[in-house]
Design a protein around this ligand. Structure first.
Ligand code: SF4
Ligand code: F3S
Ligand code: FES
Length: 249
């Protein structure tokens, strides 16, 4: 019981173009958007392309835009929509479409490959690595990232400006830099890379990335802002500079 017929509008097409197609599809109690997409595949659109894996919000595969908002389809409950409200599902806008709801997210893997790798300091003479618990906990939040790319899709710096992609890595990789930067064993200084290769300065702290993260990671407050603070070297602080000039007179 409890089922109803919903109107779904799904973007169908490929790199050369496409359009929204409208379907009427059965929805059962307790279902999520991905369940309905699967029913559509099984009953009306056998060739609908959609990427998914875990159906549990853990693999990061089923990212799409539902009514224009970046979401994991497997975590988006149908009960959040009115029964007579059309549900529109479109591919991630920031990445090139391959087909239907599947986008080419290789931009993210290219940026990932550019992150200077974790480089631990030598072990203590007894062969152990020692860390304070408090230092271990700080970067731990960022380890929850499932690489769904919803933050990357949302950030206006690349969502609305294709030309920025070369210079800006996106929020997921800024928090990856922050995570490594906070790691108590790591010895690499990534401040220049953050500024120059990853485009940290492009982020103007709109916090949209933090709002869409399905893992609830506070990307901006706990990762990007602290990284910005670390990168602002004393040499570039106008007050310090002024102080040193006045002192010299
Ligand atoms: Fe997804 Fe959050 Fe990771 Fe961004 S930080 S890729 S939104 S899990
Ligand atoms: Fe983009 Fe997040 Fe900064 S949305 S502008 S990376 S705070
Ligand atoms: Fe794995 Fe949705 S299917 S996160």
């Amino acid at each position: 019981g409890g089922g109803y017929d919903a109107t779904f509008r799904i973007w169908r097409g490929d790199a050369s173009g496409g359009e929204l197609q409208t379907f009427t599809v059965r929805v059962n109690e307790g279902e999520v958007v991905l369940d309905v997409i699967h029913r559509l595949q099984a009953t009306q659109a056998g060739d609908l392309a959609v990427r998914w894996n875990c159906k549990a919000g853990k693999c990061g595969s089923c990212s799409a835009e539902v009514n224009g908002r970046p979401r994991l389809m497997c975590l988006t409950r149908m009960s959040t929509f009115a029964e007579d409200e059309p549900v529109t599902v479109t591919p991630l806008r920031t990445f090139p479409v391959i087909r239907d709801l599947v986008t080419d997210v290789s931009f993210n893997y290219e940026k990932a490959a550019q992150v200077p790798a974790f480089t631990p300091r030598p072990r203590d003479p007894d062969g152990n690595h020692r860390m304070q618990q408090v230092d271990v906990e700080r970067p731990q939040e960022f380890r929850k990232c499932i690489e769904c790319w919803l933050c990357q899709d949302t950030c206006h710096v690349i969502r609305d400006h294709e030309e920025n992609k070369a210079a800006f890595a996106g929020p997921r990789f800024l928090i990856r830099l922050a995570e490594l930067d906070m790691h108590p064993l790591d010895v690499v200084d990534r401040r220049d890379a953050a500024r120059e290769e990853f485009g940290l300065g492009y982020c103007n702290i709109t916090k949209c990335c933090s709002e869409v993260c399905p893992e609830g990671i506070h990307l901006t407050d706990n990762g990007i802002i602290p990284l910005k603070e670390r990168v602002v070297d004393r040499r570039y602080d106008p007050l310090t500079w002024l102080g040193s000039r006045i002192g010299r007179r």
